[in-house]
Design a protein around this ligand. Structure first.
Ligand code: AHM
Ligand code: MG
Length: 345
């Protein structure tokens, strides 16, 4: 019976990646080990995010905090770390202890972290441990985003190892802490999604070979910034609302959590944008650990990612926290945006 087979033959993320890596005779399992440590970080953050509402109310000592509903995280003093700080520490410790990394870049840390020689490996990991900070306190979906580069030899790691165009990444993904905990991963050949089964503590393959629809019916952008947009962005959004070719108007969906907004875009199709505006000529999102991983996933799912000037994965970051405008999503929809920018000259 087919349904029974699903219940007893579980494709965990580890098994899936081991299968994939075994196609390369030179593979020594290092990537699988690295990924297992990333997965551990995701599970920890997932469990912390799920407990966050409760922890606020009960407090660490187990006493009911009567002020919980009227004060923010600061009320809990030193003991209660903010979720984003906690997540950052967990990922750094997990990545360093994997013994497979040499340099780490986190959105939470101004400087890159050079791993001590005795714990070094060949991978460079760039990540945003908990993205969507404005959504943390109200229980809306947030996520972790990561990208992975690999160095060729064992030279002393430097910033040059991570200031590489996104097309050089060997893998990228995100974990969304939403109504379920979903990890989406690409190692450069397609995109696969795994959902955490809390009773097993394992990510199970639930979304094999994700392909983004060629054209979508949704656009996603912070329209509150419209007065500062450039011409092509304004024109594209106008076309979404008042199509000139007789096609139906598109729906607007915007969470303000990149992971949730991109996840929906990947599954349902459409566009996600954080364009440049007069106040922020480079947009808001960070090249290394937001724009690149999401662009890598989009392209691997058959979509596109564009900066307003070029293919996003061709960008060469000059600083680890650089920002870039980004338009990503369904192939045909991004073609439309590219045409508007090309017409602008
Ligand atoms: P953060 O790193 O401070 O959480 O900011 C990143 C988030 C993204 O998840 C999201 O796409 C964007 O900021 C939303 O920004 P805005 O509130 O300007 O629309
Ligand atoms: Mg962020």
């Amino acid at each position: 019976h087919a349904a029974d087979a699903h219940r007893t033959d579980l494709m965990t993320i580890t098994r899936f990646v081991l299968n994939e890596q075994s196609k390369y005779p030179e593979s020594r399992g290092d990537f699988t080990i690295l990924l297992n440590h990333i997965v551990l970080g995701c599970k920890f953050v997932c469990s912390s995010v799920n407990k966050a509402g409760l922890a606020k109310l009960i407090g660490l000592a187990g006493e009911i905090n009567i002020q919980a509903s009227t004060c923010s995280n600061e009320c809990f003093g030193e003991e209660q770390k903010k979720l984003d700080v906690l997540s950052n520490e967990v990922f750094i410790k997990a990545l360093v202890s994997s013994g497979r990394t040499c340099i780490l870049v986190s959105e939470e840390d101004e400087d890159a972290i050079i791993v001590e020689p005795s714990k070094r490996g060949r991978y460079c990991v760039v990540f945003d441990p908990l993205d969507g900070s404005s959504n943390i306190d109200c229980g809306v979906s947030i996520g972790t985003i990561f990208g992975i580069y690999m160095v060729k030899d064992d030279h002393e790691p430097t910033l040059a190892d991570v200031l590489q165009p996104g097309k050089q990444m060997v893998a990228a993904g995100y974990c969304m802490y939403g109504s379920s905990c979903t990890l989406v991963l690409s190692t450069g050949k397609g995109v696969n999604g795994f959902t955490l089964d809390p009773s097993l503590g394992e990510f199970i393959l639930t979304h094999p070979d994700i392909r983004i629809p060629k054209k979508g019916k949704i656009y996603s952008v912070n329209e509150g910034n419209a007065k500062n947009w450039d011409g092509p962005t304004a024109k594209y959004v106008e076309n979404c609302k008042f199509p000139k070719d007789g096609s139906p108007s598109k729906s607007l969906r915007y969470i303000g959590s990149m992971v949730g907004d991109v996840h929906r875009t990947l599954l349902y199709g459409g566009t996600f944008m954080y364009p440049a505006d007069k106040k922020s000529p480079s947009g808001k999102l960070r090249v290394l650990y937001e724009v690149f991983p999401m662009s890598f996933l989009m392209e691997n799912a058959g979509g596109q990612a564009f900066t307003g000037k070029q293919r996003a994965l061709d960008l060469v970051p000059t600083k680890i926290h650089d920002r870039s405008p980004i338009f990503l999503g369904s192939y045909d929809d991004i073609e439309e945006i590219k045409a508007l920018y090309a017409a602008e000259g």
